[in-house]
Design a protein around this ligand. Sequence first.
Ligand SMILES: [Fe+2]
Length: 249
Amino acid sequence: MATPPPGAAGSLAIEGLFPLALGRVQCRPDPLDLAAQLQQLHELRGQAEGNPEPGCAWTGDLNGVWQLHRHPTFAPLIAELTGHIGTYLEQLGFDRRRISLHLQRCWPVLSEPGQEVGRHHHPNAHLTAIYYLSGDGSGRCGSLRLWPLRQANELVPGFAVGHGGPVTPTSWTRPWLDVAPRAGLLLVFPACIDHAVLPNGDPESLRCSLSMDLVLTAAPLPAGQAPPEYLAPHPSQWQAITEDGQPLA
Ligand SMILES: [Fe+2]
């Protein structure tokens, strides 16, 4: 890997090392399709208002709605979005011919005014994507907050969020990044990254998004070829084991 160039003579320069890859694309949803999708989400939620914890948004993954990619109202949209996710992988440098991308789970998140989703990440997946069906870009309905795995530049752990500083927040020391939802916006980021949904502060609106969990494996391989060392073989080449410990035919 190349050594970063030094700053101009006599002046200190800061290099941005190890950047976190947040993929963004603003799609242009068809208004009729969007209306049909929102109506469908209302129907899927039914009479429920939130998850068991008070103030928590309703999330489909905990309520049996986790395969929107197989739902006729959403399948064409999801197919468009996975195309962008493939582009994200290519920009990171992945060789698409040697990997298989699997959509593991796709579920809706609906936040009524005042509802939120606490800080978490998705340890079951490699890649997470979020698509917004509502939002005007202001963040009033609840921004997505992303945290770095570790903010090394704050030097003193916890310093960046300490009250009274003394450190002025800059792009080098910010403790998190907030992204305002906008209808049609797709975000893609590593599934290990902690994130949360801030409370919906718009009394007039329901905040609607879709979450997607994706996994990378090796591509299916002919006999005699081996997958890359750290990549799981393709699931079609796995061996399921039955409840009594026997290989499933
Ligand atoms: Fe999440």
